[in-house]
Design a protein around this ligand. Structure first.
Ligand SMILES: [Zn+2]
Ligand SMILES: [Zn+2]
Length: 285
């Protein structure tokens, strides 16, 4: 099972598949005895249900790690989506003609080979709220797939309502964007992204449970990673970045500008506003 041009499929374990959209976003399909769970859905350039149906006939519960367009826009292909309530507004704010247009152009400019396979008009004119019912998950909630339980861990930082899922029996942690080898965006407006102090708290919470976590499956970049990424991000945000930010280089993207910081496994794109808030005094470069 290789998938399609837009969605590559890779089996990681007897019960776990990774579906990677446009070589960029990893979505995970986990099979229980009674239900399957899909963690993140990507932009949804195509309906991946036919791909999933080649793997399983089980009912599929769609959970998204947070409301960013690369994780949630594809929810319009599903009748229901589960997410943290703090990110539902963010998901809908990202589901506009303007943002879909920007996301589409960013993707086809970066990787033109995908353009012939994306139905541009359908992508631009579909809206999640017309098709999809939201349901909310909060810290400590349990999801039972039949013989397999997942726990919701609320990990604000990159977004206010970011969640991870910890599979109790195997210790697999599905970490979304908050723990990844890829760059972590942290330069959007304070309406969309939580203070550094929240991300620091999230990392401490995860590290306190490190003994339960065997492997980390993130939404971008290398898979799997491990908990050293949580330790490195904690060190970076709490101590190292405030000392060394003066050497950082500017970063530009279709969503705005920030500064790029490297430390051990961390690749962080952040704003002066967020850093200044954490420092408690103006940033000086
Ligand atoms: Zn994100
Ligand atoms: Zn992402």
């Amino acid at each position: 099972m290789k998938g399609t041009v837009l969605n590559r499929v890779e089996q990681l374990a007897p019960d776990l598949w990774m579906i990677t959209e446009t070589d960029s976003v990893h979505c995970y399909l986990l099979l229980g005895q009674q239900k399957a769970l899909l963690f993140d859905i990507g932009y949804g350039y195509e309906d991946i249900m036919p791909l999933i149906r080649q793997i399983t006939d089980l009912p599929v519960m769609l959970v998204i790690s947070h409301g960013d367009p690369d994780h949630g826009l594809g929810a319009n292909h599903f009748s229901d989506v589960w997410l943290h309530p703090l990110d539902y507004g963010k998901l809908l704010c990202n589901d506009t003609a303007e943002l879909r247009r920007r996301a589409y152009e960013y993707r086809v400019n970066k990787a033109p080979r995908f353009k012939p396979y994306i139905d541009e008009q359908t992508f631009l004119h579909t809206r999640i709220s017309e098709h999809t019912q939201p349901h909310f998950l909060r810290e400590g909630d349990r999801i039972d797939l039949g013989g397999k339980q997942l726990e919701v861990i609320h990990t604000p930082g990159h977004s206010y309502g970011h969640i991870m899922l910890l599979e109790k029996q195997t210790g697999r942690l599905f970490s979304g964007d908050q723990l990844t080898e890829h760059n972590i965006w942290y330069f959007l407006s304070p309406d969309e992204q939580a203070p550094f102090a929240d991300a620091i708290h999230s990392m401490k919470k995860l590290l306190a449970r490190e003994a339960e976590i065997t492997t980390v499956l993130s939404a971008h970049g290398k898979v799997p990673i491990d908990m050293s990424y949580a330790r490195d991000l904690l060190e970076c945000l709490s101590e190292e970045l405030p000392r060394t930010y003066g050497q950082d280089k500017p970063f530009h993207s279709f969503m705005g500008d920030g500064w790029q910081h490297f430390y051990k496994t961390v690749n962080l794109i952040y704003s002066d506003a967020r850093l200044q808030e954490y420092l408690g005094h103006p940033v000086q470069r």
